[in-house]
Design a protein around this ligand. Sequence first.
Ligand code: FES
Ligand code: FES
Length: 144
Amino acid sequence: MQLTVNGHQYEVHGEVGTTLAEALREELSLTGTKIACGEGHCGACTVLVDDEPVLSCITLVHAVDGARVTTIEGLRDHPMIDAFVRSDALQCGFCTPGQIVSAVALVESEPAPTTEQIRHAMAGNLCRCGAYPKIEEAIRTWQG
Ligand code: FES
Ligand code: FES
């Protein structure tokens, strides 16, 4: 099957039952996408599929054949990365790729989100380190 990931076309051969997260990490070596719970509860594995945030640990790669996928590696030049650094919006960093992907999806549709909009959009991204206040600050101030 064909996937366009971060602007590059790939032929992916995942066995039936392979998740998008597994295909990205194991077949394409895009290990920026993290798998934490593996059950759709934490948001660590969030990627964009056709610009919408998706939990890649519970998405079968065959279900997104032909789609355009954006992972954290494809966002390396996005100002949201600098905003997270400026705001010191991480501790262990394990949840951070998913947080940034969800934050980018939010600001692409709402560039100046309210705190309520931020909390709503980010509700599916858990952070065991409790960096939530700084994550919110990063998203509020991402435009510098
Ligand atoms: S690893 Fe996918 S939601 Fe937790
Ligand atoms: S920074 Fe550690 S889980 Fe979020």
